[in-house]
Design a protein around this ligand. Structure first.
Ligand code: ADP
Length: 234
């Protein structure tokens, strides 16, 4: 088990944004958190990443407690977590190469190895020809591929994705979904993906976590959660 979220609460102005959530994520699992806007998805993701601390409860990654009752025990940058958001935020003044190189430099990886890793990663996201392009010259979908590559090149233990495809048109959304699935399977990376879109959730998840009002309402595969939602609406 790679991530354990144990009875976590997070309050804003005494109102719970996360209201007693417990969830375990296995290595190489693809879990999608599905729920309407405001139900606590982003807060949960940011608690795992370490940018927000749980007021109560505990978060464990790879057997190490990283946060507990208001305290951060392992800083975000030491958690080996990759993140991709809806707002892509590539560094605009750097080329594609520069964007991918930045984190590797910080890890003191040699120039030769950086080059090799970047070439391999650009091939994986089918962006080899855009190595020297600047982010402003890329389409939304291409930028999102580079954002994904930038997260993956750091070899995170877990990839957190917050509505990464919401700003894209449907064709591109479908295409990138396929690519995310392919890469997750190829690399065996553990992925936690957040969306409000049922269809997106069902097509990507091994396990869907349905959230509402800061709580988990149902956990199951796409068929089980879809049946649950259908029963609810009857
Ligand atoms: P989601 O990602 O599902 O849209 P969020 O996790 O962003 O939901 O928000 C959950 C709830 O917590 C919402 O009611 C939101 O208004 C509230 N919230 C989130 N961040 C803050 C904050 N920094 N200050 C006050 N309230 C917040």
């Amino acid at each position: 088990m790679i991530v354990e979220i144990d009875n976590v609460f997070k309050y804003y102005n005494k109102i719970p944004a996360i209201n007693g959530v417990s969830l375990n994520i296995e290595k190489s699992e693809r879990v999608v958190v599905l729920g309407p806007s405001g139900c606590g998805k982003t807060t949960l993701l940011r608690i795992i990443a370490g940018f927000i601390q749980p007021d109560e409860g505990k978060v464990t990654i790879d057997g190490l407690v990283v946060a507990m009752t208001g305290r951060c025990l392992v800083e975000p940058e030491s958690r080996k977590i990759g993140m991709v958001f809806q707002d892509i935020a590539l560094w605009p003044h750097m080329s594609v190469y520069g964007n991918l190189e930045f984190g590797l430099r910080a890890k003191n990886i040699s120039r030769e190895k950086r080059n090799r890793l970047i070439d391999e990663m650009l091939e994986k996201v089918q962006m080899t020809h855009f190595k020297d392009a600047s982010p402003g010259d890329l389409s939304g979908g291409q930028q999102q591929r580079i954002a994904l590559a930038r997260a993956l090149i750091m070899q995170p233990r877990i990839l957190l994705m917050d509505e990464p495809l919401s700003n894209l048109d449907l064709d591109l959304n479908l295409l990138l979904r396929k690519e995310i699935l392919r890469m997750q399977e190829d690399l065996g990376i553990t992925m936690l993906y957040v969306t409000h879109d049922r269809e997106e959730a069902f097509s990507l998840a091994m396990r869907v976590v349905l959230m509402g009002h800061g709580r988990i309402q149902k956990i199951g595969n796409a068929d089980e959660v879809s049946k649950y939602l259908l029963d609810l609406s009857m």
